[in-house]
Write a protein that binds this ligand. Structure first.
Ligand SMILES: [Zn+2]
Ligand SMILES: [Zn+2]
Length: 278
């Protein structure tokens, strides 16, 4: 899928109504929650922090695994995702931003942009040359629907129709909308520690829901960091998992924000305070 197709998207939302008729069991609850955790982790730790920002290094095999799991989340392939997201950072909240609530409003930033064929412009891979070098990534990117379908089949095999409804439909849409809240709400609601040139916010509620992505003002301030919660009290589950993966050698060179980057105002502020004290 070049993009999430309109038909699939509408069908998935209509299918949500089935939650009122299919029986609930511990198996399907586990399937729904486990599927949310697995795929939210793949989107934040894989699609976002690895493919879009290259915030750590890993092997070609683990890179492929991240791409495959990410592709089950109905957010298109890793190269498309990285390309759109890099444009979001470059043009943040400006006219060239694929999704911004500034000007176009909440709903356009949340979901309208996915179906708006004019924004972003027809596929432009000029900013993802580093990812296009890998033929296996290009294949996953073109055939992401294969992995999405396989995930649906696996849910049905494990839990029948209830498994399909809760494990696939509910879980996939939850991951989808939670991710989209970063595009919409995280540029509208929350605090701003850093005076970035956009409207990005830090929001603890979104950080819990999206495993750390809610520290979005931190992220726009220093986007190449694998860590988005800059302080211990800024809960960032993705970062903890990445640290665990580094501890077992699956990934390495995990990038952190330098202390100077974490301080709001940084060197400038210290100079002003220093002059006042003198
Ligand atoms: Zn943003
Ligand atoms: Zn980003």
């Amino acid at each position: 899928m070049e993009r999430v197709s309109n038909a699939l998207f509408v069908t998935m939302h209509v299918a949500l109504l089935l939650v009122f008729v299919v029986p609930l069991s511990w198996t399907v609850v586990a399937l729904a929650l486990g599927g949310y955790a697995l795929r939210m982790g793949a989107v934040t730790g894989g699609y976002h922090r690895y493919f879009a920002h290259r915030a750590y290094k890993t092997s070609r095999a683990f890179q492929l695994l991240l791409a495959v799991v990410g592709a089950t989340s109905m957010q298109n392939g890793p190269i498309w995702w990285a390309s759109v997201h890099r444009r979001h950072h470059k043009e943040s909240d400006g006219p060239g931003d694929p999704h911004s609530p500034v000007g176009r409003g909440f709903w356009h930033a949340h979901i309208g942009w996915v179906f708006d064929r004019t924004v972003p412009p027809p596929r432009d891979d000029s900013n993802v040359g580093d990812l296009l070098r890998y033929p296996e990534l290009r294949w996953v990117d073109r055939h992401d629907w294969v992995f999405l379908a396989a995930y649906a089949v696996a849910c049905a095999a494990i839990g029948g129709v209830p498994g399909l409804v809760w494990g696939f439909v509910v879980s996939t849409l939850a991951v989808f909308h939670a991710t989209m809240l970063i595009n919409s709400l995280a540029h509208l609601w929350g605090s701003r520690r850093y005076a970035t040139g956009d409207q990005s916010r830090n929001n603890p509620l979104l950080a819990v829901l999206t495993f750390g992505e809610g520290w979005h003002n931190n992220h726009h301030h220093y986007m190449s960091s694998a860590r988005q919660g800059f302080y211990w009290w800024e809960v960032d589950l993705t970062y903890y998992v990445l640290r665990a993966l580094a501890a077992v050698g699956a990934i390495w060179d995990v990038r952190e924000p330098p202390p100077s980057a974490r301080e709001p105002g940084g060197a400038e502020l210290r100079a002003v305070v220093g002059r006042a004290a003198a």
